[in-house]
Ligand binder design. Structure first.
Ligand code: GLP
Length: 263
């Protein structure tokens, strides 16, 4: 795992957008794992900018989102499908047929979960998985005590998550769906590369637990410590409870891989 600290939210998102743009340039058929949430909006702005200004080509790119609420139709503006159409798919030249999210309206939800796993497998697996961390420590909707080898499945949302996501549901926790389909922790760990973005003071405690705490199902993001190629990008505010910041900064300054991103 590497931790990169950027001065603010904007430069953290710019770095993450830059990493993904570079991967997509190098491999136009990239299989990209995508995340939702407020933090990711700036990354999608960056990717739209790369497309606009540098003709970053999404025409062969295939995408798989981490999760979707159960019971929300794709055209419901609060669904993650609608979020993705707004934030990214409608702003770049991606073929909508190459974009995948679990179907939260499927009649047979467990069949849908199995189908989603097969689709990922048939595309050859995920090359780069973009991730945020929820306040419960979740990745995707893998709430505390999710099995660390879990696959795509239905999951009940933790009260903290319902509270955090209520802002998208008229600030009314009662309106937030109680269940979701999410890629499993095991599914996420199979991605060839993971890029995690976490910003803001409210996430400082959970980032410190995920990065420097023990690997535990109570903080599913901590399992990323096992991933062979995981980059965690944080802003100063989210980094404020980390112990090892001098070391992380030293690595970022000295690893040749990051030279082009230091500007
Ligand atoms: C949702 C998503 C997660 C995401 C989290 C963070 O719960 N299921 O994948 O990481 O939101 O959201 P935010 O960026 O709004 O803090």
């Amino acid at each position: 795992m590497e931790v990169i600290i950027r001065p603010d939210e904007q430069s953290a998102a710019r770095l993450v957008g830059g990493i993904i743009a570079k991967e997509l340039h190098a491999r136009p058929q990239l299989v990209l794992g995508l995340a939702t949430g407020g933090t990711m909006e700036k990354v999608y702005d960056e990717l739209a900018r790369h497309h606009r200004e540098e003709k970053l080509d999404f025409s062969l790119c295939r995408t798989f989102n981490l999760d979707e609420y159960i019971g929300l139709a794709p055209d419901d503006p609060r669904s993650y499908r609608a979020y993705m159409n707004r934030q990214l798919f409608g702003r770049v030249n991606i073929d909508p047929r190459n974009t995948h999210l679990p179907d939260g309206m499927a009649r047979d939800l467990s069949a849908e979960c199995r189908h989603y796993e097969h689709l990922i497998h048939d595309c050859g697996g995920i090359d780069v998985q973009l991730l945020g961390i929820g306040r419960s420590g979740h990745i995707g909707f893998n709430e505390p005590l999710s099995a660390l080898r879990s696959r795509t499945r239905e999951k009940a949302l933790a009260p903290t998550t319902i509270e955090q996501n209520a802002i998208y549901f008229d600030n009314d926790p009662a309106k937030v769906p109680k269940r979701a389909i999410t890629m499993g922790v095991g599914t996420i760990l199979e991605a060839h590369r993971c890029v995690v973005l976490v910003t803001g003071k409210a996430k400082a405690d959970i980032v410190a637990k995920a990065v420097e705490g023990p690997i535990t199902a109570m903080v599913t993001a901590s399992v990323l410590q096992l991933h062979p190629r995981c980059t965690v990008v944080v802003d100063e505010a989210a980094a404020s409870k980390l112990q090892g910041t001098d070391y992380y900064r030293w690595i970022f300054e000295n690893e040749p891989e990051w030279a082009e991103f230091r500007r």
